[in-house]
Every structure is written in structure tokens, then in C-alpha cells.
Design a protein around this ligand. Structure first.
Ligand code: G6P
Length: 495
């Protein structure tokens, strides 16, 4: 199969993820407005140009009525999206509960909720049941839309049960599963009451992928230690079936960012921002407002930097874009007030009548404004406590061809393994170290900045999301052919 050969039809791909690349907002009884969703998974998967891809997922909205469901299905079909309709209770138990209050914090090493042990244990079971039910609903929509030969690519921690649901109904479906978060050490994973079920379900896939080699290694050791299975260099073996496990570091559609910088509206934005912050160095943070992003720690490090370097106080500004996310989950609500409190205190302490050191925005920016902001930034500050990859670091690098600013990057982000040599790596828990890195970044000589930028730019423009997807899917096709040859389902044809 030669992907370059234009005469061949593109391979059909069913991408299944909890969230569709667009979220729906109801405008009237039968009319919907579609907005681009946020998050690393969406930004990476937007560039799947080599495939005939359809996307199956939740549109982020409760649509109880049939007319509304029909109208939304029609509107989404134009974007090649197929909705899974989840009712309010399922969203509450599966998405807010099991996905975002249990798996997400645990996979990022933040532990399990423990306020009220008894009620947590009880709600744990009902949330896990809702998780399985929701995964089955996704499977039903996949089966309804499946055509023979399709590759089904399941994404992320929301859908760990999906490979099993798919294979139970049709063992011939080609199933890949990719995790966009870290997979934690087996010592962390074993805390989950449903630890066995989740691992066994993922192992129903033909190919299991992670961002880094470490995450893949953690997954294999969880399977060997918790399930007692055999790990091999290729993956995990279970009763004669091999599930291939490997690392596929994700990337971005770097050309989209580079091209955007040429647009007149982006150039206008750049000009405005330069005027607005003339005479000051711009530091930038762009994160979803999530505990894993280490936003309070980052802001405290900036405060420590200002405290120790009074000469910088009116010469630097920190722009922190914190996109609200999962706002129905109490932990996220607490984080929002905590961040506001710290920002208010620091601005009160170091602000003047005409300027404040921190501009904190509780909202997302449109793509063009974001590109302009990346382009005028002197120092990007990414201090995740844990992060599967962190594509903001990639987006920043893609927009820095002229500025060649400095990337300060958490060593706990997957991106540290690819951009580490071109960044100042920090332990985000060590506030003094982050403060010292801010000083180092702001004072870094141009030739050093240039060298680091070139390293990163080369990586970001050659390890793109298109290449990531093509590698995963071709590996999945190969894995299946190898498995068929092993079990002699494919006759050997001499050439
Ligand atoms: C992370 C996850 C994605 C998720 C995104 C946004 O990047 O890996 O699966 O879509 O966050 O979170 P949300 O809960 O809004 O979908």
C-alpha cells in the first residue's frame, strides 16, 4: 500500500474519542453552532489529511429530544463527525466522575479522591458501571458505521473499555488504542479498584500506543505484575495472542502555524501586541485550567523571580491564558479560585497605577490571536506537574522562527523527552529552581537562544501529527498481517 500513490483510495479510519473536534452549542430548536474543541488530542488529530477519517464522539452537550439529535447529527455530518449522545446522568458519572475525578488525577500521579472514603467507594462502583455503559454506547455507534476493512482508532483514558467491546462483537475489526496521558508506574495503577478490568480491556486491541517509551514500559509492567502476563519486547502476550505495545510520540500540524503567521490579520495582531508590551519582555503560559498544569506553582515562581530581581519588575509581563475546563468537577472549581487569589495578591503587590505584572485570562483565544501571541513571546513557561506530551510547547516553537525565544519546560511533560535539549528543563515543584530558570531565560545570549530554537524547530517541523498518525496506522496494519500469518489465516503466496 503506497500512500503517496494518489490513485489508491485513502484508507478509511474511524477515530473514536470521547470528545469530537467540535463542540455543539444550541442556538434554537433545530440549529446548532459548532465550535472547535480545546485540548492536545484535538489539536493533533485535526491534521489527519492522509486518511478518509470519520470522527465518532460526544459533542459536549446534552440533547434529550429526538428532533435535536437529528438536527445535530446532520450538522455534524458535514464535518465528518458522528455523535454519541450521552444523557446527563451518564455524563455526570462517566465523564465528570470516573474519567475526570478518578482516572485523570491517578494517571497524573495526583492520587485517588479520599475525602469521604465510604461514599467514594460506593460512588466508585456506580461510576465504573457508567464508564462501562458509556464505552458500550461508543462501541454501538462504531458498529453502526463500520465498513469492512476500516481501521478503528480508539483514543484516550475515557475509552479503555472500548477495544474489548469492539472485539467481542466482531473479532476481525482492526483496533488500535492510543493514550494521550501518561501511563503511570504500575505501583500507581494498582491503586485502582478496577485495575484488572481496564488492563484486560485495553489488551483486546491489536496495537496499544503511548507518547513515550516510559509510559509503554509502565503499561507492560502493570500487565505483568497485576495480570501475571508475559511481557515481550513487542508487547504483552495473553493466551497466545500478542498485543503490540509501542511508543508513538505525537506532534502538531506545524505548517498550519507557520502559514498562519503570514496572514495579514495575524501580522496586525503581532503589531498591536508589540506596541502594547513595548519595553517589556513577554512571558507566556497557555494551559487548560487543570491541576496537572501546575499553574499556581508557576505563578508563585514568577513572584519569587520578581521578589529577587527588582530591576525586572517593570520590564517583564506574564500572560497566562487559562482555558476553563471540566467546570462541573469540584477540584477544578477550587483551582480556579485558588489561581485568582494568587494572581490578585501578586498584582496588588507588584503592580503600579499603569501596569500589572500578570495578565490572567480565563478563556481561550482564537487560533490567529494565539499564533500572534506565540510569535511575540520571549519566554514560554510550561510547568506541568505531569503531562502526557504538552503540545503547547510544540505550537510555541513553530511560531518562533523570527523571535527565537526560550522554552522553560517541566521535566514531567512527555515533551521533555523530545524538546529537552532545546529547553530549560525544570522540576515544577521546585519554585526556586523555576524562578532561577526565568532569570536565566530572560538573560540568555542570542546565539544560545538561536541554537536551542533550531534544535526544537527541526524536531517540531519533522515530527508532525500527520507523520504520527501515518506511523501508528501503518504499524497497526502490519501488526494485523503478522498476526494473521502467525495463525496461518493468510495463505503464503510466493512472489
Ligand atoms: C486532554 C485529554 C483529551 C481531552 C482534553 C480536553 O488533552 O487527553 O482527551 O479531550 O484534555 O479535556 P475535555 O475534558 O474538555 O475533553
Amino acid at each position: 500500500y503506497d500512500r503517496q500513490d494518489q490513485r489508491l483510495p485513502k484508507q478509511r479510519l474511524l477515530v473514536v474519542a470521547n470528545r469530537l473536534p467540535v463542540s455543539a452549542v444550541r442556538q434554537g430548536k433545530d440549529s446548532w453552532q459548532l465550535e472547535i474543541s480545546v485540548g492536545g488530542l484535538v489539536s493533533a488529530l485535526l491534521g489527519l489529511k492522509e486518511f478518509d477519517a470519520r470522527w465518532i464522539g460526544w459533542a459536549g452537550v446534552n440533547v434529550p429530544d429526538e428532533t435535536g439529535q437529528e438536527a445535530l447529527t446532520k450538522a455534524l455530518a458535514e464535518k465528518k463527525c458522528i455523535p454519541v449522545f450521552l444523557d446527563e446522568d451518564t455524563v455526570h458519572q462517566y465523564y465528570n466522575g470516573y474519567c475526570n475525578n478518578i482516572i485523570w488525577p491517578l494517571f497524573h500521579y495526583l492520587g485517588l479522591p479520599q475525602e469521604d472514603r465510604l461514599s467514594t467507594t460506593r460512588s466508585f462502583q456506580s461510576q465504573f458501571d457508567a464508564y462501562k455503559k458509556a464505552n458500550q454506547m461508543f462501541a454501538n455507534v462504531v458498529h453502526e458505521n463500520y465498513e469492512e476493512g476500516d481501521v478503528v482508532w480508539c483514543h484516550d483514558y475515557h475509552l479503555m473499555f472500548l477495544p474489548r467491546c469492539l472485539k467481542e462483537k466482531n473479532s476481525n475489526i482492526k483496533v488500535g488504542w492510543f493514550l494521550h496521558t501518561p501511563f503511570p508506574s504500575s505501583e500507581i495503577h494498582r491503586m485502582l479498584p478496577s485495575r484488572r478490568d481496564l488492563l484486560e480491556s485495553v489488551l483486546a486491541a491489536d496495537l496499544v500506543g503511548f507518547h513515550t517509551y516510559d509510559y509503554a514500559r509502565h503499561f507492560v509492567s502493570a500487565c505483568t505484575r497485576i495480570l501475571g502476563l508475559e511481557g515481550t519486547p513487542e508487547g504483552v502476550e495473553n493466551q497466545g495472542k500478542l498485543t503490540r505495545v509501542a511508543a508513538f510520540p505525537i506532534g502538531i500540524d506545524s505548517d498550519r502555524f507557520i502559514r498562519a503567521l503570514e496572514l495579514p490579520q495575524v501580522q496586525d495582531h503581532i503589531k498591536e501586541l508589540k506596541e502594547r508590551f513595548a519595553g517589556r519582555k513577554v512571558m507566556l503560559g497557555v494551559d487548560r485550567l487543570d491541576m496537572i498544569k501546575g499553574i499556581p506553582q508557576k505563578i508563585l515562581a514568577f513572584e519569587e523571580f520578581l521578589e529577587e530581581n527588582p530591576e525586572w519588575r517593570d520590564k517583564v509581563v506574564l500572560l497566562q491564558i487559562a482555558v476553563p475546563t471540566r467546570t462541573d468537577v469540584p477540584e477544578y472549581q477550587k483551582l480556579s479560585s485558588q489561581v485568582h487569589e494568587i494572581v490578585g495578591r501578586i498584582n496588588g503587590r507588584f503592580g503600579t497605577l499603569t501596569a500589572v505584572p500578570i495578565h490572567h485570562l480565563d478563556r481561550s483565544l482564537d487560533f490567529h490571536a494565539l499564533c500572534a501571541l506565540y510569535a511575540v513571546t520571549d519566554v514560554a513557561l510550561i510547568t506541568s506537574l505531569r503531562d502526557g506530551m504538552n503540545l503547547v510547547s510544540y505550537e510555541f516553537v513553530a511560531c518562533q522562527a523570527s523571535k527565537k525565544g526560550v522554552l522553560i519546560l517541566s521535566e514531567f511533560a512527555g515533551a521533555a523527552q523530545s524538546l529537552g535539549a532545546g529547553a530549560l528543563l525544570v522540576n515544577p515543584w521546585n519554585i526556586a529552581e523555576v524562578a532561577a530558570s526565568i532569570s536565566q531565560a530572560l538573560n540568555m545570549p542570542a546565539d544560545e537562544r538561536e541554537k536551542m530554537h533550531q534544535h526544537n524547530f527541526m524536531h517540531v517541523t519533522t515530527h508532525t501529527s500527520q507523520e504520527w498518525a501515518a506511523t501508528f496506522v501503518s504499524e497497526l496494519n502490519d501488526t494485523i498481517i503478522e498476526a494473521q500469518l502467525r495463525t496461518r489465516q493468510v495463505p503464503f503466496l510466493p512472489v
